[in-house]
Each structure stands twice: as C-alpha cells, then as structure tokens.
Design a protein around this ligand. Structure first.
Ligand code: AP5
Ligand code: MG
Length: 216
C-alpha cells in the first residue's frame, strides 16, 4: 500500500500513522520527524530547517525533497509506505508523482483528516511528547498517569518548540495557503478519502481502515 496522510497541523496524522503502519506493516515516513531528528543531532539540514519550523513556516521544497527522495529508495519501502506530512505543496506532490513513475508504482489513497481550527489549537497546545520513545500524550485528551512522565517507558515528556499558540496559528495559515490545494489535486485523481478527524482516535482509525480496505 502507498498512502498519504494529509490534514492540517494537529489533525491526528502521527497518531493514526502509528496504527496504520502496524496494521499494514509499511514504514511510516514523517518529514516532521526527520527534520526534528536532524535538529536534535544538529546536522546541517537540521540547522537550516529549524529556522523555518520555529516560525511555523514550511521548510523550502528543495531541502524537503532532498530528505525524502532518498528515503523512498530504501529497502523497507519496496512493499509500500505511509507518508505523514509530505507532500505539503504542489511542487512536492509533482515531485512525488515523478519518483513513483520512475519506480513504476502509484498511490493507493490519500487520507484527508478534517479538524476544526479551535480543536487543533487545543490539541497542539496540550500535546506532550516523550523525549525517549516518542509516545504522544495530551493534557486535555490523553493525559499521562504521572505528570511529565511517559506511561510507556518512564521518559520525560516535553512540549514541541512549534506548539505554542502563535506558531500554531501561523502553521494553520500556511496550511491553508500552501497545502490546501493538494485536496483538489488528489481529488481530481480520484485518490482522496476525507475522514472526520474530530472523532475519538479509535473511531478515526476505524473510518480510515474502511476507506483503505476499498482500495487495497
Ligand atoms: P509536522 O511534524 O509534520 O507537524 P504538523 O503537520 O504540523 O502536524 P503535527 O505533527 O503537529 O500533528 P499531527 O497531525 O501529526 O497530529 P498528532 O497525531 O500529533 O511538521 C512540523 C514542521 O516541519 C512543519 O510546520 C514544517 O515547518 C516542517 N515540515 C514538515 N514536513 C514538511 C514538508 N513536507 N514540507 C515543508 N516543511 C515541512 O496529534 C496532535 C495532538 O492531538 C496529540 O497530542 C494527540 O495526542 C492529539 N490527538 C490526535 N488525535 C486525536 C483525537 N482523535 N482526539 C483527541 N486528541 C487527538
Ligand atoms: Mg505529526
């Protein structure tokens, strides 16, 4: 299966990706996670990307394509992949089409998670992530049993640098300006499945699986 998870910041892409990758045994490729890992290792790419991410802006297409294009060629992507947060611009979507054409493959589905702006602000300002295992928690929707401590591994929880109200507001604006056109792009190709992301995470997952089983 070759799947894209589209949806505004905080719509639940990462939460659902963890479940989908287990169900279909395909690698979860999150450009946001790749950038954050580069930032923590202070690589050249990380230092450059941080300038944009901290402001809630998109990392330029050229740099983003550089980190993704090589990832598709890795062995674990032969049987498919799940893209989370990529593509985010028409330039990236067209580049992805070209890469897929080169390897003679095509997409099965583009899942579009829809969530209202006020829910998103609450979700993102409430998000807490484990610094050790990456597990996600939320002060409003999914609290850890012990404050600031991961239920799964005991690691310390942190708040993402781009999860403050000001940056989130900017990320939502950028999404509407630059990523929203992809809904039409994939809609015209007949690949789009729109799912109500406001539901409880388990129900969102059920709806996604229903959509994916039809295009498997
Ligand atoms: P990225 O890391 O991709 O962030 P994002 O798209 O803004 O989305 P998030 O990861 O914040 O949210 P999500 O949709 O994964 O939701 P989650 O499941 O965590 O990108 C970060 C930055 O990197 C970008 O701003 C950009 O600068 C750069 N970047 C990345 N890719 C790029 C690209 N292709 N091109 C250029 N730049 C790029 O859920 C959020 C919270 O809500 C969690 O706390 C979760 O527990 C909770 N939650 C989830 N689902 C539910 C539910 N159903 N009910 C209640 N709570 C829920
Ligand atoms: Mg995410």
């Amino acid at each position: 299966m070759r799947i894209i998870l589209l949806g505004s910041p905080g719509s639940g892409k990462g939460t659902q990706a963890t479940r989908i990758e287990k169900k279909y045994d395909i690698p979860h490729i999150s450009t946001g996670d790749i950038f954050r890992s580069n930032i923590s290792k202070q690589t050249e790419i990380g230092i450059e990307a941080k300038k944009y991410i901290d402001q809630g802006l998109l990392v330029p297409d050229e740099l983003t394509l550089k980190i993704v294009e090589s990832r598709f060629l890795e062995d674990d992507c032969k049987g498919g992949f799940l893209l989370d947060g990529f593509p985010r611009t028409l330039v990236q979507a067209e580049a992805l089409d070209k890469e897929l054409e080169k390897i003679g493959k095509s997409l099965n589905a583009v899942i579009n998670l829809t969530v209202k702006d006020d829910t998103i602000i609450k979700r993102m300002t409430g998000r807490r992530v484990c610094g050790s295992c990456g597990e996600n928690f939320n002060l409003y929707f999914n609290k850890s049993r012990v404050e600031s401590t991961c239920d799964k591994c005991g690691g310390t929880l942190y708040t993402r640098a781009d999860d403050n109200v000001e940056t989130v507001t900017n990320r939502l604006k950028v999404y509407k300006d630059q990523t929203f056109p992809l809904i039409d792009f994939y809609g015209k190709k007949g690949l789009l499945a729109t799912i109500n992301g406001e539901q409880a995470a388990d129900d969102v997952f059920i709806a996604i699986i229903e959509a994916l089983e039809k295009v498997k």
